[in-house]
Design a protein around this ligand. Sequence first.
Ligand SMILES: C[S@@+](CC[C@H](N)C(=O)[O-])C[C@H]1O[C@@H](n2cnc3c(N)ncnc32)[C@H](O)[C@@H]1O
Length: 367
Amino acid sequence: MSEPLTKLAYQAFHQGKSYFGLAHKALSTQFLNLVAHPPEQRASPIPVELLLKIQKRLTKINETDWQDAEKGIYPASLLLENDWQDFFRHYPLLWFDMPATWERANQKRYQEFSQDVDTSIYPSYYTQNFHHQTDGYLSEWSANLYDVQVDILFNGAADAMRRRVLAPLKQGLQTFSNLDPRQVRVLDVASGTGRTLKFIRSMLPKASLHGVDLSSAYLRKANQHLSQQSGELPQLIQANAEELPYLDNYFHGTTCVFLFHELPPAVRQQVINECFRVTKPGGVFVICDSIQLSDSPEMAPVMDSFAAMFHEPYYRHYASDDLVSRLQDAGFTTVTEEVHFMSKYLIAHKPIATEQQANKIAEAAIT
Ligand SMILES: C[S@@+](CC[C@H](N)C(=O)[O-])C[C@H]1O[C@@H](n2cnc3c(N)ncnc32)[C@H](O)[C@@H]1O
């Protein structure tokens, strides 16, 4: 396919996904007004000027996605990547699930799980129906619906948002360019259904990839997605990101997508500390999460609406949290920030020798 045609196909693909997301939201609201109790009006409508700004940001992230593929950061085939079979199998279930989800939201039932879900083994902050999702993150049903829901929420741009971690990750790994690509190790924390790992695998076909998540159902779904891809299967482990089951200084690169807004403040810090511990000196840690008030003050009504409409108990604190300070407190240096569409990115580097290590070395030299 010639380049203009490819770009046209790409634009059509993303516009289609965006219209699909908008149409779904409009139709589902009408449907729910018919079959369920109308949802409480818990947030003010977003002003039209702001909606236009969001639309502009959407166009821009898709353009950046295209440009990064053009620059060869990752294969252009990723731009048109979508598991249609999975999507069409599970999209109807979203409609089936909707009345119960909205009833749960209206009745403010935030910790409701199927009887066969054992919640006792998880931290209490985690056993929530985040976004009012049926079973929270703790069932196959939830894992099957998650990608569809997130893509609709972001008008088809969820993957373009995740892919924005790829350029800073690749750039950060340059520090280790003398290594055989097979020796490079990358960890994705809270890997969910494995979409970020899938993109990293396409960009780094030989690297050793690892993913960790608390949900066994999401890990199974990730395994299903990732095993369809060529190359070594990423190693997935069920674990709490507060206590990562890896050695100190093990990974050349660490990523984390859409986790921090779902953690209480102290846990947020603990997970950052753990990401620091497992990242090698000289390595890079890339976070992708929601925009915050500090980088996008004009989007305050959208952030407010998100917190009001979805069950996101830690989001309001997250929106004004100082993540740069948290990263620095953990020991990271040279933290840079980027904003794309409705996400922000923090790119943090672990110094070649931390102060602690330098002190230890100095102490050892004296004794
Ligand atoms: C919003 S989802 C993001 C998933 C994925 N990164 C993505 O891009 O879609 C949050 C994920 O974090 C996981 N999670 C939440 N708290 C965790 C913790 N303390 N340790 C490990 N995983 C956790 C959840 O199981 C879920 O898969």
